[in-house]
Design a protein around this ligand. Sequence first.
Ligand SMILES: [Zn+2]
Length: 273
Amino acid sequence: MKVIKSNKGLIVVVFLSLIIWACAKVPLTGRRQFKLLPESTLIQASSLSYQQVLDTANIVKSGEQAEMVKRVGNKISVAVEKYLKETGFESRLDGFDWQFNLIQDDNVNAWCMSGGKVAFYTGIMPICKDETGVAVVMGHEIAHAIARHGNERVSQSLALQGLATGTDLLLLIKDKPNAARQMVNIAYGVGGQLGMLAFSRKHESESDEMGLTFMAMAGYNPSEAPVFWDRMGQLGGERPPVMLSTHPHPEKRQEDLRRLLPKAMEIYNQNKP
Ligand SMILES: [Zn+2]
């Protein structure tokens, strides 16, 4: 396992983290972010976690659904890249290497780690129903990565353990790879077990807003987003999907989406195929 070895690298990491602490702002929503680790560290950690997931998962390599996940992922990532470049946020994409995989797993889940590492589980595909439904989820998950929500979560976890820098995370990956991997997996909502809360409601709302815009930019009709989340909300029951665990108020989500929809529809009308 490779970690940064030279002192020069460490100095760069510390310096970068100071800059990021001072001025990180989420694209589109403009929310200020504090206590972020260098994203390059998160991308490194995510890349290791993602590879481990792929090594142990049953990946669906061909067929309509797997192709759909890749197609939607490619379209939305292209639109997101264009938007970030136009708005001066292209540094958010540093170190990104997009991957879109469908995993055979009955859990209703999908996620995107730092660096653009996306997984959809087959369990979510019937709720998505069609390509636009996949785009709702894809836009939302990619938004988590672009907004660096996982970074905020890991930064909080490290702080709770009395560790606070990217260097600490790199040391943790080296000394306690399982603990580091678990921390990263929890932060990105990997797995299907309830009880591991991934993103906060603040993060979920922000991803809803950004995701709505991202899908519209890629030419997918955003008016399908409230319809999709309504289908998700109806799952509930004894084992609510992990994706819903931080959303106790589906009515609030619907209200927010409907408020944001007119602006997203304008963007869609300029980009629809
Ligand atoms: Zn989410």
